[in-house]
Design a protein around this ligand. Structure first.
Ligand code: 1CP
Length: 346
């Protein structure tokens, strides 16, 4: 397993092999683009599916079976830990995570549940799901993940999905103390969720800070970096690569690396070779096929895939991914063919 192409590239050990192709997986590879996912989920609510071990394991394995991607990404959500800690949160179809009570004041933060032994026990279905998944995946590695404090807290503060995260960005400035206490609570929540996955068998982790691109670098360094560092620090003593990803975060690549990542995920807005110039020498990268090419011709798609491989060729390790998640409308055959194309580029 430690020889798996995904793990070699995530460790920056591409040079030690004859194989110059890049392994591939897709963010949101499980989910609504797959008929077998819709079938398995049936009418089970999203967050209930995440804490039903056999179902979560089955859904995680589906895209590996179908597309032959080089990794599974654990089927869960960035708000699952909040649900397990006892907060009222659901995922509304077609909307996303919605919290019953937005967290906007110091008193709201005071009222957050303590993360004690109860939380540790509540993580049991996650451990069980990861164990079942790893057994099923065999030699294909499983990537565990968590949501980063800024992105998770933005859902808590806004109460649900938001375009510009204005309330959150305002709170960070008007009540920095409240913000830090909230972010620190989320850091422990996500860190323990991540650690549970690794101890149960995940071979690598990804910290999703999807919406962090909304912040400037100074605010990121002061208000977010220490908290994201705490999440990544929760698994830093374990032998797993740590990927850190944000959307529209080209201006944050260095601080996101400094937060304790060993690999940086880059979205499709920035060239991988430019990202490599910004990051410390030898940093492996992940990315960054524009998801829009999934809706073009095969000619356009394969040209984009070749360009991404070329831009990543100078990296010590390159894991191909999309610049963001698989859109639900994607034709699954397009993904299967893209994986086969990438695997043939040796
Ligand atoms: O295949 C996989 O990638 C594994 C599962 C996975 C992951 C890694 C899901 C399942 N969610 C996530 C992480 C996640 N959740 C992120 C970070 C990754 C990203 O940027 O895409 C974010 C921002 C969320 C929040 C979330 N959950 C949204 C976005 C809403 C918004 O603000 O625009 C949505 C739509 C969900 C629901 C969700 N999570 C996962 C699935 C399969 C779904 C859809 C559920 C359904 O209706 O079937």
């Amino acid at each position: 397993m430690s020889d798996a192409p995904l793990l070699r590239h995530l460790r920056g050990e591409r040079g030690e092999s004859e194989d110059t192709s890049a392994p591939v997986w897709f963010m949101r590879q499980a989910g609504r683009s797959l008929p077998e996912y819709r079938e398995a989920r049936g009418t089970t609510a999203m967050l209930d599916a995440c804490v039903t071990p056999a179902l979560a394991a089955e859904i995680t394995v589906q895209p590996v079976r179908r597309h032959h991607v080089d990794a599974g990404i654990f089927f869960s959500d960035i708000v699952v830990p909040a649900r397990l800690a006892g907060l009222g949160v659901e995922i509304r179809p077609g909307v996303g995570p919605v919290f019953d009570h937005p967290i906007r004041t110091a008193a709201d933060v005071d009222a957050l549940p303590k993360l004690g032994d109860d939380y540790e026990a509540a993580l049991d279905p996650i451990r069980e799901a990861v164990g079942l998944t790893v057994a099923e995946l065999g030699t294909t590695p499983l990537i565990g993940f968590a949501g980063a404090p800024f992105t998770v807290a933005s859902y808590m503060v806004e109460g649900g999905p938001s375009r510009d995260h204005l309330r959150t960005r305002a709170l960070m400035r008007t009540e920095p103390e409240t913000w830090h206490r909230l972010a620190s609570w989320v850091a422990e929540l996500s860190g323990r969720f991540l650690r549970a996955q690794v101890l149960a068998g995940a071979s690598a982790v990804q910290l999703f800070d999807s919406w962090v691109g909304a912040l400037g670098a100074d605010l990121y360094r002061e208000a977010v970096l220490p908290h994201s560092a705490e999440v990544l620090g929760a698994v830093a003593d374990l032998p797993v690569p740590r990927i850190h990803f944000g959307v529209g975060a080209a201006h944050l690549l260095r601080p996101m690396h400094e937060a304790g990542a060993t690999v940086v995920g880059v979205d499709h807005r920035m060239r991988l070779d430019e990202a490599l110039e910004i990051l410390p020498e030898g940093t492996p990268v992940q990315g960054n096929i524009d998801p829009a090419v999934l809706f073009t011709s095969e000619e356009v798609r394969f040209a984009e895939a070749r360009a991404v491989l070329a831009a990543g060729a100078g990296a010590s390790g390159h894991v191909v991914n999309l610049g963001h998640g698989v859109p639900p409308e994607t034709d699954p055959q397009v993904l299967t063919d893209l994986v086969a194309f990438l695997h043939a580029q040796r």
